[in-house]
Design a protein around this ligand. Sequence first.
Ligand code: TXA
Ligand code: MG
Length: 334
Amino acid sequence: MIRSRSKPVKWDDLRMEFISKCTADTISNAAQALINGHLVAFPTETVYGLGADATNEKAVSRIYSVKGRPLGHPLIVHISSINKVDQWATDIPDYAIKLAREFWPGPMTLILPRKEIAKDFITGGQNNVGLRVPAQPIALSLLKKFEELGGQGIAAPSANRFGAVSPTTANAVSEELAEYLDSEDLVLDGGQCLVGIESTIIDCTSTLPKILRPGAITEELIESALSLKTDKKIEPNVIRAPGILDSHYAPKAEIFLNKEAEKGDGLIALATIQTPPGVIRLSSPKTLEQFARDLYAAFRSADNQGIKKVSVITPNGEGLGTAIRDRLGKASNR
Ligand code: TXA
Ligand code: MG
C-alpha cells in the first residue's frame, strides 16, 4: 500500500528522531544507531537514502518493510572510499577502477562481482553487488564514523515508499516514511540534495561497462574518462536493474509529457516556456542541472497541492537530459 503523500507531516506524531542540525556528535550517534541495528535516513548528493548496516540481515529486512519494497530487490552498499571496494567486490575490471578514481565520491554506483560479505539479502541472490561512495559531507562523515565503529558498509535505497518519488529533502523523507519508522530510527537533515536524481548505475561485470540507470555521471563523461564506448546492447532482465517496473519514480498526479497543460493542471518546463493562463507552474529551471535538482520536489508539490495532472515539457540534450527523460518516462508510464 502506498499511502497518500498529500498528507502534511504532523511533527508531534513523529516516532523517529529528526536531527535538524548535524554535528560531529549527532553523526556519531547516528553511526552508533546503525551499528545497533536501527535505520538512519541520510542525505546524499543525489537523493536521501534509508540506511542500515549492510551486514545485519534483520536491520536490512526493516528497510524492505519500511519502504514496502518487494523482497529480492538488490540494495546499493555505500562505502567511505575506493579503498573499501576490495572488502565487497572481487575481479574488478581496470575500467571500473578508473571510473571509481575519476568519479568517486560522486553520483555513480558500480555493479561488481561480489565477495562473501555481500549476502543474498543485499544482492537479491545475484553474484554481484552495487557499491557507491557518495559525495555529500554528512553522508561521508556518517560512513567514516560507522567504519570506525567496525561497520563495513551502509545499505541504502532511496528513502521513499516503493514506487514513489525519491525524497530530496529531509521533510520529504518524513512525509514518506515517518509513520513506518521507530523511535530509535533517525532522519538526518542535510538540506536539499544538489543533484536531485538517483546515481548512474554501471554494470561492471563484463568486458565493457554498461549503463543500467542514467544519471549525472553521463555516458559522455564515462566514455571520455575511459576512451572506450559503453555496451549499449539491450538484454532485458539479465541483471535485476531498476526501472523494469511500469510505474517508478511516480507521484500520485498523472504525468503527461509534452502535452499542452489545461486550466488547473501543473506545469514543469524550462524557464523559456511560458505558463498558459490558469496553469499552476511547479518548476521553471534555467538549466538541465536545475531541472534535475527540482524535479522530484515539483512532483511532491503537485501532490501536496492536490493537483491531478501535471504536464512536463521534456528538455532536449544529451548528458543529464538523458537521465531526466529516463525518469520522466518512468513517472509517466502507468
Ligand atoms: O543515488 C542513489 O543511487 C540512491 C542514493 C541513496 O545512493 N540510492 C538509490 O537506491 O537510488 P535504490 O535502491 O532506490 O535504487 C537502486 C537501484 C534499485 O532499483 C536496484 O534494483 C538497483 O539499483 N541495484 C542495486 N544493486 C544492484 C545490483 N547488484 N545489480 C543490479 N541492480 C542493482
Ligand atoms: Mg529508489
